[in-house]
Design a protein around this ligand. Structure first.
Ligand code: SF4
Length: 101
């Protein structure tokens, strides 16, 4: 499914009050290979005052879809640990990348 198609279906399903279905239908195929799926007890969304997400980042380091996950998180401005980075780290990396180009 192309990103434009994903946005169309997501918008349609959300408009019809089915946000969970929208997320399920429009989920990128690489998510099926996500290493975090095998670790439901590990938090990938640490809240303020909790750990830095180190256990989640350790799982990410062995994940075969780390690059796809990172790119997705940047594109969708996701919160939490994605692609082995926190939201703050992704913002810093994006700024550095923009400054270097
Ligand atoms: S990189 Fe981390 S957050 Fe992303 S799919 Fe893999 S294990 Fe999950």
């Amino acid at each position: 499914m192309q990103p434009a198609d994903e946005r169309f279906w997501a918008a349609l399903l959300r408009a019809h009050d089915a946000p969970e279905l929208a997320d399920l239908v429009c989920r990128p195929s690489w998510m099926a290979r996500a290493a975090c799926r095998a670790h439901p007890g590990v938090s990938f969304f640490p809240v303020r005052g909790e750990s830095t997400g180190a256990p989640a980042k350790a799982i990410c380091r062995s994940c075969s879809v780390l690059a796809e996950c990172y790119a997705y998180a940047v594109e969708h401005e996701e919160r939490g640990i994605w692609g082995g980075t926190s939201e703050r780290e992704r913002r810093q990396l994006t700024r550095r990348s923009a400054a270097a180009s």
